[in-house]
Write a protein that binds this ligand. Structure first.
Ligand SMILES: CCCCCCCCCCCCCCCCCCCCC/C=C/C(=O)SCCNC(=O)CCNC(=O)[C@H](O)C(C)(C)COP(=O)(O)OP(=O)(O)OC[C@H]1O[C@@H](n2cnc3c(N)ncnc32)[C@H](O)[C@@H]1OP(=O)(O)O
Ligand SMILES: Cc1cc2nc3c(=O)[nH]c(=O)nc-3n(C[C@H](O)[C@H](O)[C@H](O)COP(=O)(O)OP(=O)(O)OC[C@H]3O[C@@H](n4cnc5c(N)ncnc54)[C@H](O)[C@@H]3O)c2cc1C
Length: 664
């Protein structure tokens, strides 16, 4: 803290709950809190992990710096014998996208999920020691969303017992894979399997891309980086790559063969494992992206909340201090729902991690029954949480006024690095449409006696939900979780049923689906919001120790669902789930809850336990010492290295001279 002064101390004194206990709730457990706290400090106190100049560095220097950090991080992980959990936390607090994300986050999971036991035995030890570095090479120049449309071919040659990997067209060039451009030695490459002239769909193949001796591409391989991306610093630390194959040969046993096998004589044998498992790595990563959304949103909210308490505009009485902008109701109505969403996403992320672990255990025992539920939840929640988070970061920038636009606020880089999450691992609309298909299938089976399960179980009470009438009579009734849940269930169910009815009028269901796709996406949003609300309410049913902690979470949960109800009141009114009077009462209650959040706002963001290093924001400093630090930072800009700028003699002086002579 600057000279030991805490400009936010008075705010911290207002807290009505035990912040330390809230930190543990946020972290998930004492154990995770301890690891996260220790590793965040380890990173913050190590100058090798400084990120001060990231937005100023030219691309080549930026990238080399990332290589240095990744290699140093790996050394620290090994020297300190960090566990996998500790290493993941280290990666999180280093806060810089790098090739290692794709190696650990996709290449290894792809081999684990789609490789046979022998393949895992052969490749995983090399990958775990980083003796090979891998990427996930699926997307091509011409196709990303449409995986079945990929053009790269893997043709089996029975003469040599090899696959021939080939890029037949320009659009078949692999395009986007992270870590591919400059680093990876290997990739899991997705290609159309062809044996004996017949196509057998998309499969993953382990392909060596660069020589281990000198890092040069192997014969037949063209490889490079695809160029600068949005923002300074941001995702430009990653070498997203382009890759072309000219009849590159790999041994047959490098096709990932858990889902289907190709025999020595070129026969394709389907195992009991469903073919959708080829998409399994994406399910895994989508689940991690939901957890990550709460991190990115909480970070932006932490910056905007602290700064809103420091910043004062208007409202001085008799020469007294002006009003803190956090006290403006408009500021609260923009900021507090985002604060509540950060907590909501945290808890739904926790639940999704549980769901994913459960599905993985079942898959290992060849029980595939919960795969559609895992697909629907990961796809839908990934879309919902990343869209809200990307918009939320931008809203936080606006909440910080002009200073939010400075790179030193940390918000521009956070936005630039985060926003592709709406696109990667599945474009959000494309994924919503996947969930829409599953919702429509569920509605169509309602009469058949097949009861919907998991997060679709509420559809099993469809008769009741279609007749439901909300019985809220006064504003406080909206604090009753049972009432809220039913209103959200009825809204989601009615929107789905309405789409299903419209769909049934089309002779061709695919045409109908395409025509109604915008309505379907709205129904999916309603369904996914219901999941988040219900998981927040479930969380509150747990035993949560600590003075006032549960009460604060109840307030945040109320803010979350009442804000949604207010924002989407068109849906609730159009489906007759609430009356205009009830919608208005919900908004009255929401204002009451905002005033309950207000004294706790700073403590609620302190509970994220973010170091100043991690936040990387002058506006979000723990001590609130914003102005002197902003002033100091301005002078560090390279443009201020000299009083007279480079280019003065060439461009400014002749201009001024010309104006002078024109006047004379
Ligand atoms: C510096 C420090 C260093 C420290 C080192 C140590 C570090 C330690 C730890 C570090 C850990 C880091 C972790 C980081 C995490 C990773 C970060 C990742 C960053 C992001 C990078 C981005 C990667 C990518 O983008 S990869 C490419 C993603 N691509 C997509 O998502 C494509 C989207 N398209 C699709 O998914 C499909 O094509 C689809 C589904 C849209 C359509 O496919 P289709 O075949 O045409 O399908 P369809 O006919 O519609 O459906 C058929 C059937 O299948 C079901 N289905 C579809 N998808 C799935 C699925 N995924 N799972 C299960 N089932 C699925 C569908 O429902 C249909 O079912 P039925 O109706 O029953 O037939
Ligand atoms: C930063 C970043 C990192 C990435 N890393 C990797 C990686 O490591 N490995 C990898 O393989 N890939 C990677 N990707 C690629 C990524 O997975 C794809 O870009 C993503 O899946 C979207 O596909 P697309 O680019 O084909 O979008 P498109 O499908 O072309 O989308 C364009 C527009 O069309 C709309 N659209 C498309 N299909 C439909 C439809 N059926 N109905 C309605 N609308 C539709 C979309 O909503 C969107 O608005 C990365 C991408 C980015 C941005």
């Amino acid at each position: 803290m600057e000279g030991g002064v805490d400009y936010l101390a008075d705010e911290r004194k207002k807290a009505e709950f035990d912040v330390q206990q809230m930190k543990i709730v946020w972290a998930g457990s004492h154990h995770t809190f301890e690891i996260s706290d220790r590793i965040s400090k380890l990173v913050a106190n190590d100058p090798a992990f400084s990120k001060d100049e990231r937005t100023m560095l030219p691309r080549k220097e930026l990238f080399k710096n990332t290589l240095r950090k990744a290699s140093y991080a790996w050394k620290r992980i090994n020297d300190l014998h960090l566990s996998e959990e500790e290493a993941s936390q280290l990666r999180f607090y280093v806060d810089e996208p790098a090739f290692t994300d794709l190696h650990w986050g996709m290449f290894i999971p792809a081999i684990k999920g789609q490789g046979t036991d022998e393949q895992q035995k052969k490749w995983l030890p090399l990958a775990y020691k980083m003796q090979i570095i891998g990427c996930y090479a699926q997307t091509e120049l011409g196709h990303g969303s449409n995986v079945q449309g990929l053009e790269t071919t893997a043709t089996f040659d029975p003469q040599t017992d090899e696959f021939v990997i080939h890029s037949p067209t320009l659009t078949s060039s692999k395009w986007w894979p992270g870590g591919l451009g400059k680093v990876s030695t290997h990739g899991v490459v997705y290609a159309r399997l062809i044996t004996d002239g017949q196509e057998h769909g998309i499969h993953g193949f382990i392909v060596q891309l660069r020589r281990l001796e000198d890092h040069r591409p192997l014969p037949g391989i063209i490889i490079g980086d695809i160029g600068m991306k949005f923002g300074n610093g941001a995702y430009n630390t990653m070498d997203n790559g382009v890759l072309r194959f000219d009849h590159v040969r790999i041994p047959r046993d490098q096709m990932l063969m858990r889902v289907s096998q190709v025999t020595r004589d070129g026969k394709v044998v389907q195992s009991d494992v469903p073919r959708q498992l080829v998409y399994g790595t994406m399910v895994y990563v989508r689940q991690t992206i939901v957890q990550d959304a709460s991190c990115a949103l909480s970070r932006a909210v932490c910056i905007a909340t602290r700064y809103s308490a420091v910043r004062r505009q208007f409202g001085s009485h008799n020469g007294g201090p002006e009003t803190q902008v956090i006290d403006y109701k408009t500021q609260q109505s923009r900021l507090f729902p985002l604060l509540a969403s950060a907590y909501a996403f945290r808890f739904v992320g926790e639940w999704l991690k549980w769901l994913y672990t459960d599905v993985t255990q079942r898959l290992q025992a060849n029980d595939f029954s919960t795969l559609p539920e895992a697909h629907a939840c990961t796809a839908g929640l990934k879309s919902l949480t990343t869209s809200v988070t990307a918009d939320g970061i931008e809203e936080c920038r606006k909440l910080c006024g002009g200073h939010g636009y400075l790179c030193t606020s940390g918000l521009p880089e956070l936005f630039a690095v985060y926003v592709p999450a709406c696109t990667y691992e599945g474009d959000n609309i494309v994924l919503m449409l996947q969930v829409a298909r599953i919702l429509m299938k569920t509605v169509s089976q309602l009469g058949s006696g097949k009861l919907p399960v998991g997060t679709m179980a509420y559809m099993g009470r469809i008769e009741h939900l279609l007749q439901y009438r909300c019985n809220v009579q006064k504003a406080e009734d909206w604090l009753n979780p049972a009432i809220v849940l039913e209103a959200f269930e009825a809204r989601a169910a009615r929107m789905s049923v309405s789409c299903a009815k419209k769909l049934s009028k089309f002779a061709n269901p695919e045409e109908g689906f395409a025509e109604l796709s915008a309505d379907l996406v709205e129904a999916v949003v309603a369904h996914c919001q219901l999941i988040v609300v219900s998981k927040f309410i479930e969380k509150l049913q747990q035993d949560i120790p600590g003075k006032g902690v549960k009460q604060q979470l109840k307030v945040l949960c109320g803010v979350y669902y009442l804000f949604l109800l207010h924002k989407h009141q068109g849906d609730f009114l159009a489906t007759s789930c609430v009356t205009p009077k009830q919608a208005s009462l919900a908004n009255d209650q929401l204002r009451v809850l905002y005033s309950q959040v207000r004294p706790n706002a700073i403590a609620l963001v302190d509970a994220f336990n973010y170091t100043d290093h991690f936040l990387g924001s002058i506006l979000g400093r723990y001590d609130g010492n914003v102005y002197p630090k902003l002033y100091e930072a301005a002078w560090k800009d390279p443009l201020n290295d000299s009083v007279v700028p480079d280019g003065y003699h060439q461009y400014i002086r002749p201009l001024l001279k010309q104006q002078r002579s024109a006047k004379l």
